[in-house]
Design a protein around this ligand. Sequence first.
Ligand SMILES: [Zn+2]
Ligand SMILES: [Zn+2]
Length: 104
Amino acid sequence: MWICKDCKNVFDECYRDYETHGLDTPPYEKILRCPHCLICNPAFAYKCENCNDYTDRVIDGYCEDCAKELMQSFKEQITRMFPNSKDRHFLLYNALCEQDWGLV
Ligand SMILES: [Zn+2]
Ligand SMILES: [Zn+2]
């Protein structure tokens, strides 16, 4: 599956186009376009394990929205488990430092 980064449509097959670069005969450069808007911006589509939506970017199997939501609930869980903010900050920092979630 593919997803267009411009119109966000998901499709099985890209529209195949050629860029001749002014050449009269092949080989021409092959270009993959979105069949919906014909903009040349398709990306491989991944399915989110949580909401089953397709996205061009997954974080541990989840789309960005779901990943953020899960991280938010993870943060709330940690807050309940570790009321001491010093422990909590250490844990959250370690869990979140690889991604810029804007949560810490
Ligand atoms: Zn498109
Ligand atoms: Zn999702």
